[in-house]
Design a protein. Sequence first.
Length: 133
Amino acid sequence: TSIAFINKNLPDDSKTYMVYIGAVGYYCKKPFFQESVFEEWSFLKTVSEANTPEDILLWFYGQQITHFLIGEQVAEIYLYPYIKKEALHNYAEFKKLYMTELFSHDGTILYKIQSAGQKNKNSIIKKSLQAKS
């Protein structure tokens, strides 16, 4: 399972954001973030309000999230239809530029959030701030 993969393979200083995978956090031995009840709230808000893929990346950085576990089959039904086309395009670009698939099982996918490096990270922050003003 995805949680077994996380427990066995991710470093102790990793932090995984879990969306649409059910109440499995109890079994996770590594740091994680999972909202209760409306577990996609922060993700939905972030993607919907992002002007660029880098805005999404900055949210992950701000939460100190290194990995993203999502139930893609569930998200296709209950999440993506509620996100505007432009925002979905930004998310698709974000996935292409900043995420690497590490593990997939039964419709859930674990991604690694790529580090942009400090120099590039500062550039991303500056670009994001300029886009908002």
